[in-house]
Design a binder for this molecule. Sequence first.
Ligand SMILES: [Zn+2]
Ligand SMILES: [Zn+2]
Length: 296
Amino acid sequence: MKLTFLGTSCMVPTKERAQTAMVLEHKGEYLLIDSGESVQRQFKLAGMKPSKIGRILLTHWHGDHVLGLPGLLQTLSGSGHKGTLVIYGPPGIKEKIALMLRLYEFDNKLTIRVEEVQKGVFYENREYALEAIPLRHRIACNGYAFHLKDRRRIDMKKAEALGLKEGPLLGELSVGKNVTLAGREISPDDVTYVVKGKTVAFIFDTLLTDAACRLAKDADILVCEAVYTSDLEDKAREHQHLTAAHAATIAKRAGVKKLILSHLSQRYKDKAVLLKEAKAIFSNTMTAKDFMTLTI
Ligand SMILES: [Zn+2]
Ligand SMILES: [Zn+2]
């Protein structure tokens, strides 16, 4: 699994930072989390193909999170995107996207499905589950968690000792099914071991809430907005954003392994002030940069 930051600024893009967008890559499929202005160009600069996007998770409809969406959809509709592009967002998103598609004149050859999601697991397959939770922002806003499930790996030594070779039987065992070989039943526990799953949580634009802590519970990575330092806590409250200390408090309360601060304000030329404030509360913190990638 790979996480790539395509945009790490908040309202105003800077020379170094585009507006919010991140890609979580899993087995060749891209999940795009938010789609700030210039997301297409960021894809190009990162050497990544937007045609690999299978799902888009929009946190909310503020411009700095969605202004790149129309351009991205236009390009995808002209570049032979295969299958259905599923866009998830908080309540109200269907109407916004329908309006947006009416507003721009482009040949929409894309198959788009928009789903309004609010709370709990809204998509699940054998490999992973996607969860949403409502946050507290000025408009409807979701936090998201990607849960990679536990998976079984074959211990080839044990498998060979039982006479098993590469093939469909190992496939069955790796998905937790019993198999029979030469009249003998073999259980997955005989020849497999469990690789623990991983969780990556995304919290963008909220006040400090218990919901954010619940969503991030035990996450391996928490990517969290941090617009202000604590001396501007009143402003943070007024605009319903987090301070760096708030983000670190969520990380600490949720017991996450690593915190990455993003959605950073141009107000701070040197982002070290945000990092320092967060690290005083939660030491395993880093600040995101555009094009930064993490293998998870
Ligand atoms: Zn924002
Ligand atoms: Zn916002």
